[in-house]
Design a protein around this ligand. Structure first.
Ligand code: UDP
Length: 386
């Protein structure tokens, strides 16, 4: 008999899972989303005034090393070539990010070649740190205090609302340091932006017989709707348990939108690294679609703050206290029957789109094969418990 599944959340996790399960199993799927649109925080829509495709919840640039993930997303909507190049404003001067040979030469007023720059940075790096334990140690170990303070300290404090010493080194590991003039923000093989935006990709994923979407539907874990054989939950893990052990820490982002004529800043993303500037970055979204022409431009100043109960959670903080809480919630989740948890919010991790998609693809495979074989159904999409 056909299984009836409920997926809570229509971001990439929910949409990829629906797209796969309906093809791999005899099932019908209902997707609920509490917002009035699909796509979660990857939602895109055209700005009414300018016609520019806007990344409603902040910039998303697709990048992956995995051909199968690239081919999968491109099978719904073609992705156009887009290389993300970011500039940083530090004390009123503009530098390229990630830190590369241009940044180093410009900052120190030098003309180093790669090996000279490497040797120079080695003299600045804090050699007393052998095994960096936090964000600040990771930075001091690799680039030394001057570049850390110019580009990372203020931005990170604004972004995360705490001293960088309280943050894991893994956050900084997202950004490379290069001893050449490569200023591509990402290092992955495949990078691009979908021609018609991300929501169009997700719409296509779920435009299959057997999948229905209900918007403006809030899921209440205390009163799950009857009639479903299994529920896949992609919302915040602590919310599923009504925050009984306390709230997992998230940063949220707010935006100040403004318009200009022509080209406001000359590229899609300008970071403001000084603590004295209240926002972290300005994004100008027409530069995410260089194949389109727009006379006017729409930009967003991005501010970061602690998440309160009414805010949308963006970045999981993953401080030590959060990790302990996470263990308690994971333990509770593992006692449940008929519910699985996947995605950034339900597993409480800092994930890029390609991570989310890869994990949802793998989870669908393991769920459908466990169901076929009659073995225990997987509860979490990831095995990590820290
Ligand atoms: N970061 C920074 N200065 C910058 C850009 C990034 O200090 O100009 C730090 C900051 O802590 C940020 C982290 O590096 O959270 C990761 O940056 P990324 O650009 O990957 O963040 P995202 O685009 O996901 O917000």
């Amino acid at each position: 008999m056909a299984q009836r599944f409920l997926i809570v959340g229509s971001g990439f996790s929910g949409c990829v899972l629906a797209n796969q399960l309906v093809q791999q199993m005899d099932c019908t799927i209902t997707i609920w989303d509490e917002r009035n649109h699909i796509g979660g925080n990857c939602h895109t829509e055209r700005d009414e005034k300018t016609g520019v495709m806007v990344h409603q919840y902040g910039p998303h640039i697709f990048n992956t090393d995995k051909k199968e993930i690239w081919d999968y997303v491109n099978s719904f909507v073609p992705f156009r070539p887009y290389v993300h190049r970011v500039k940083a404003n530090s004390k009123g001067k503009i530098y390229p990010l990630p830190v590369n040979l241009q940044t180093i030469n410009q900052y120190f007023n030098q003309s180093f070649n790669p090996s000279a720059a490497k040797a120079f940075l080695a003299t600045l790096a804090d050699k007393s740190i052998t095994d960096p334990k936090d964000f600040e140690e990771q930075a001091l170990h690799f680039i030394g205090r001057e570049l850390y303070e110019a580009f990372f300290y203020g931005y990170t404090k604004k972004q995360w609302g705490c001293e960088p010493t309280a943050l894991p080194a893994s956050i900084l590991k997202r950004i490379p340091v290069r001893f050449n003039y490569d200023d591509n923000y990402h290092t992955n093989t495949y990078t691009g932006i979908p021609e018609d935006g991300y929501s169009a990709v997700m719409e296509k994923m779920i435009a299959i017989n057997g999948i229905t979407v209900e918007l403006n539907r809030r899921f209440d874990p205390a009163a799950p709707p009857p009639g479903f054989d299994h529920i896949f939950y992609t919302g915040p893990l602590d919310a599923y348990f009504s925050h009984v052990h306390g709230r997992l820490g998230y940063r949220t982002v707010t935006f100040e939108k403004f318009y200009a004529d022509g080209d406001y800043q000359g590229l899609s993303q300008m970071n403001y690294c000084d603590e004295s500037v209240p926002y972290t970055r300005i994004t100008e979204h027409k530069h995410f679609t260089p194949w389109e022409q727009h006379q006017q431009t729409v930009c967003f100043r991005e501010f970061s703050k602690e998440t309160t109960p009414d805010d949308i959670p963006y970045y999981p903080k993953r401080l030590e206290t959060d990790k302990n809480l996470l263990l308690q919630y994971r333990f509770d989740a593992e006692q449940l029957k008929g519910v699985s948890f996947l995605g950034r919010l339900a597993t409480y991790r800092y994930m890029d789109m390609h991570h989310v998609i890869g994990e949802a693809l793998a989870f669908a495979r393991s769920f459908s094969s466990a169901h076929r074989e009659g073995s225990p159904l997987p509860i979490f999409a990831n095995v990590e418990n820290g």
